[in-house]
Design a protein around this ligand. Structure first.
Ligand code: FES
Ligand SMILES: [Fe+2]
Length: 452
């Protein structure tokens, strides 16, 4: 057991039954340190996508929480990931965000590593080390990597379930927008920005907060001029028929606003027109493949978080990684999502639409950022920090649906996915190891959420 687990009363942080979280989870350094060990030390974290490293020698660099990592395409087409740390004296090995290379040479003393992580060349090895250096012991520290439909994730824990099992029920929903003709692409390099908030505020927002859309984003939705402006001010009757929300065993969530993928974009704009035409042409095939009930998800506005810190929106086509930088700051990495078979004109329109909505300087990003920063900063106050947070919206209105895996929130606007996110958070924060989590009844989480 780690030292930190003896110092944090995990049980007191989340009350699943009543939809309550302690405010301390947003500011407490000890809780953050425990998250780094228990959450980021054990869960799958997004690294890159096939489309960003298509050729042998291609690489990207990034982060798994506070650890810097390099992801490389090998000559045999496989993908490996390593700590981006020279094994000599610990300098950062690769400074570039992406590129193509045959080897990586450290800027400090020139040790050089192959794309497979092996230490190949040590300057003046013969003359200085005189045969005493065993280069085979100083390769880069390799990280476990697995992929799902071209998305690569890394995990520090050899005991963790496969990525496939970890994604579980949520694969069904990922498939609807990823398992399409030609697949999807991420457009990089990612834009990067710093936000003074805890990593969980955007992760919980994207996991299933439809409640804030018509309120926080009122002015932006009206300025953008799509059909979603109609929910501005939360005045339109929002519930029946608007959509659904889903949560799954390890905290991943997914939300749908029916038929609304293009509904952020102005109805008569070029991007809006191209986007609407695209869905009109592709959707019949999806309905034929999946049936009317499930196929309707394609072309709907979608939101989701892959626990812990990887989120996306389909409609504004943004793909996010919320990288923790201490309890009170994150670095946001933002890519655009396009379908590979979209014509170039539409891809360009989708990318610029993403930049003007959820890019670093996007309108909707700016709307959210204010709330996310104050949620973190306010909760540091001496009295405020002892309080509780409420995620009770829709409590008791869950169901299981034979056509849709996971636990379903019966209205688009609810906090089912919040509760699912924090249920998993508590379970993983408090567990001895993955073995202990995987020993539990695989359906127990559903009963815990539904309360039966
Ligand atoms: S720290 Fe990298 S070569 Fe010395
Ligand atoms: Fe938002």
């Amino acid at each position: 057991m780690s030292t930190n687990r003896t110092q944090v009363d995990v049980e007191s942080l989340v009350d699943v039954k009543n939809g309550i979280q302690a405010k301390r989870i947003f500011w407490d350094q000890q809780i953050y340190d425990l998250e780094i060990e228990q959450i980021f030390g054990k869960c799958w974290q997004f690294l890159t996508h096939d489309s960003l490293i298509p050729n042998p020698g291609d690489f990207t660099t990034g982060y798994m929480a506070e650890d810097e990592v390099i992801v490389t395409r090998q000559d045999d087409g496989s993908v490996k990931a390593f700590l981006n740390v020279c094994t000599h004296r610990g300098a950062r090995l690769v400074a570039a965000e992406a590129g193509n290379a045959r080897a990586f040479s450290c800027t400090y003393h020139g040790w050089s590593f192959g794309m497979d992580g092996a230490l190949k060349v040590v300057p003046m090895e013969e003359e200085l080390y005189r045969g005493s250096l065993d280069k085979s012991k100083f390769g880069l520290r390799e990280i476990r990597v697995e992929s799902y439909r071209g998305l690569y994730y890394g995990n520090f824990d050899a005991q963790a379930p496969s990525l496939n099992d970890y994604l579980g029920d949520v694969k069904f929903y990922l498939d609807i927008w990823m398992d399409i003709n030609g697949g999807i692409e991420l457009v990089g390099p990612p834009s990067r920005s710093l936000l003074n908030c805890n990593w969980k505020t955007p992760a919980e927002n994207f996991v299933g907060d439809t409640y804030h859309v018509g309120w926080t984003h009122l002015a932006s939705l009206m300025a953008l001029g799509g059909e979603l402006a109609a929910i501005g001010g939360n005045e339109a009757p929002p519930n029946e028929g608007l959509g659904m929300q889903v949560t799954s065993r390890f905290g991943h969530g997914f939300g749908v606003l029916w038929d609304a993928a293009p509904a952020v974009h102005a109805i008569n704009s070029k991007a809006g027109t191209l986007y609407r035409e695209w869905f009109a042409s592709r959707k019949p095939k999806m309905v034929e493949k999946l049936g009317a009930k499930v196929g309707r998800i394609y072309g709907s506005h979608l939101n989701g978080t892959v626990f812990p810190n990887n989120s996306y929106l389909l409609g504004t086509n943004t793909f996010k990684l919320w990288v923790p930088r201490g309890p009170h700051q994150i670095e946001v990495f933002t890519w655009a999502i396009v379908e590979k078979e979209m014509p170039a004109e539409l891809k360009n329109a989708v990318v610029s639409g993403m930049n003007s909505t959820f890019g670093s300087a996007g309108m909707l990003e700016a709307d959210d950022s204010d709330n996310m920063e104050t949620m973190t900063q306010n909760n540091r106050g001496r009295m405020t920090r002892e309080g509780k947070l409420n995620s009770q919206l829709g409590l008791g209105f869950h169901k299981l649906d034979p056509d849709f895996p996971g636990v379903i929130g019966q209205s688009a606007i609810g906090e089912t996915s919040y509760r699912g996110f924090y249920r998993a958070y508590k379970e993983i924060m408090g567990a001895d190891n993955w073995k202990a989590i995987l020993k539990l009844d695989p359906d127990a989480w559903k009963h815990e959420l539904i309360g039966q």
